[in-house]
Design a protein around this ligand. Structure first.
Ligand SMILES: Nc1ncnc2c1ncn2[C@@H]1O[C@H](COP(=O)(O)OP(=O)(O)O)[C@@H](O)[C@H]1O
Ligand SMILES: C[C@@](O)(CCOP(=O)(O)OP(=O)(O)O)CC(=O)O
Length: 200
């Protein structure tokens, strides 16, 4: 177990293909709850920080949704995998270090080992959420199939063998995100209120 000042009351671990809307959905939830209650943990955050530093790149652009990060994605995956081979939980530990809000949204689980780390650390609090969009919708958001990326573990590691607690269909013709996120938001609000009761 890690050294922590406080334990989260709820950890929602999001996964989904690139351009499915993981950032969009997690940001929407965080806006509803506010940054004091809810933080977004990006496993790719510390990875991109170190990769940008070593390669002299623009971190802001690597963090954004634009085409810049796509130029480096395949190499970042290779670079991150060499770190993960030495220690599969390396980026999970770095991303969650210092998080003190009661609700954590992990925006980008990609491998079984990512999900398993949160489940092992926070067995009572962790739930998994899959964000799904069709290839057509993802293409409209800028996605195109890239060999070595879309057929690799980074994109496919959680395709099979996981029974997600929640599935969010992020499509124009699906029920609205407001409607689909209602039970998840209810969970987060309960977690936030339990934590404020425990602290008072
Ligand atoms: N429901 C939505 N409505 C409008 N734009 C969306 C929606 N979902 C995703 N997007 C946009 O699609 C792009 C990709 O979404 P993003 O959240 O970055 O995907 P991911 O994090 O899964 O790669 C972003 O520009 C985002 O703003
Ligand atoms: C090297 C990566 O960490 C890059 C991830 O970048 P993002 O998390 O920004 O990707 P999407 O939101 O799916 O577009 C992937 C990995 O395998 O670790």
């Amino acid at each position: 177990m890690e050294d922590r000042v406080s334990e989260p009351s709820l950890v929602l671990v999001f996964s989904g293909k690139r351009k499915s809307g993981k950032d969009y959905v997690t940001e929407l939830i965080q806006q509803r709850l506010g940054p004091d209650v809810c933080c977004i943990l990006r496993l790719s955050g510390p990875l991109k920080e170190q990769y940008a530093q070593e390669h002299g790149l623009d971190l802001d652009q690597l963090m954004g949704p634009g085409p810049y990060k796509e130029q480096y994605r395949a190499d970042m995956i290779r670079w991150g995998e060499s770190r993960r081979r030495q220690d599969p939980s390396f980026f999970c530990r770095l991303a969650s270090r210092g998080a003190c809000q009661p609700v954590w949204l992990v925006s980008d689980a990609r491998r079984l080992s990512d999900l398993q780390w949160f489940q092992a650390e926070f067995p009572q609090q962790t739930q998994s959420v899959r964000v799904q969009s069709s290839e057509k919708t993802r293409s409209q958001r800028g996605w195109s199939f890239t060999a070595g990326v879309d057929d690799a573990e980074s994109e496919c590691g959680l395709d099979n063998g996981v029974e997600f607690d929640w599935i969010v269909i992020n499509e124009a013709d699906a029920p609205s995100l407001d409607e689909q996120l209602r039970p998840i938001l209810q969970l987060t609000e309960e977690a936030a209120s339990t934590s404020s009761v425990n602290q008072s």
